[in-house]
Design a protein around this ligand. Structure first.
Ligand code: PXP
Length: 249
């Protein structure tokens, strides 16, 4: 927790790189966006270096490591290549996510329960290098308990199913998802894990997640970069910050 107990906002800048890569040029620069996000009140910057480099590039990670004064949270798949990159850069935080080449975005959480041994071995050197290791999981008891057993310090709960249900108007399903998220946030905190949450969050869906006392950090990307088209990145982030603080009170 931060000294003032404030819920942290990690701004994911992947989709600045998506726009840049659509033209194969150097503009817009995700590092510049990250600095702007910092000025607008982001407590951290999140970037997902995907195996296929469809948005963030290796050079972006170099730039973010050098150019930020807030912590970098590097999202990555559980591969030897990514582990080597993380060990070279030693970012403040590493978040392990599942990755499928054909998916449009990170569709589900990591299968921790079935891969405990492999994951425990994977995260040990990252922790030794001083990275705070987080595991992106679905809000399921088996995953939370397995994340705890393998020595992760943090879990990030996948809020995608909750946000999709809200967007589709399936309100019963949405409320059931919220209940699961609440229960698993409480279980994780009882086990001593720090709880984060993210994926698909918008102005319409952020409040119930921000209101969960155990949740210490939200990671939000796609919506903020989209909203930046209409109001600018700084004001888009400031409004998210306001909604988070309001829900927390
Ligand atoms: N958290 C994790 C672990 C993610 O993989 C992503 C997407 O890269 C996010 C948060 C942010 O999701 P969104 O871009 O939908 O806000």
């Amino acid at each position: 927790m931060q000294p003032d107990g404030k819920l942290r906002l990690g701004v994911n800048i992947d989709h600045v790189a998506t726009v840049r890569n659509a033209r194969g040029s150097a503009y817009p620069d995700p590092v510049r966006a990250a600095r702007l996000a910092e000025e607008a009140g982001a407590d951290g910057i999140t970037a997902h270096l995907r195996e296929d480099r469809r948005h963030i590039s290796d050079a972006d990670i170099d730039g973010l490591m050098q150019g930020l004064s807030v912590p970098l949270n590097l999202e990555m798949a559980v591969t030897a290549e990514m582990q080597a990159i993380a060990l070279r850069h030693r970012p403040h935080a590493v978040c392990l996510v599942p990755e499928k080449r054909e998916e449009r975005t990170t569709e589900g959480g990591l299968e921790v329960a079935r891969e405990e041994n492999r994951l425990a071995h994977f995260i040990a050197p990252l922790r030794k290098a001083g990275c705070r290791v987080s595991i992106f999981i679905a809000a399921e008891r088996a995953q939370v308990e397995a994340a705890h057993r393998i020595g992760a310090q943090v879990i990030e709960l996948h809020t995608g199913a909750y946000c999709d249900a809200h967007a589709d108007g399936r309100f019963e399903a949405r409320d059931a998802e919220l209940e699961r998220l609440r229960d698993m946030a409480a279980l994780a905190a009882d086990l001593g894990l720090e709880v984060h949450a993210g994926h698909g969050l918008t102005y319409d869906t952020v409040a119930p997640i921000a209101a969960m006392a155990q949740v210490m950090e939200l990671n939000i990307g796609h919506f903020l970069i989209g909203e930046a088209i209409f109001r600018g990145l700084g004001p888009a982030i400031a409004e998210m910050r306001r909604l988070m603080d309001e829900a927390r009170r």
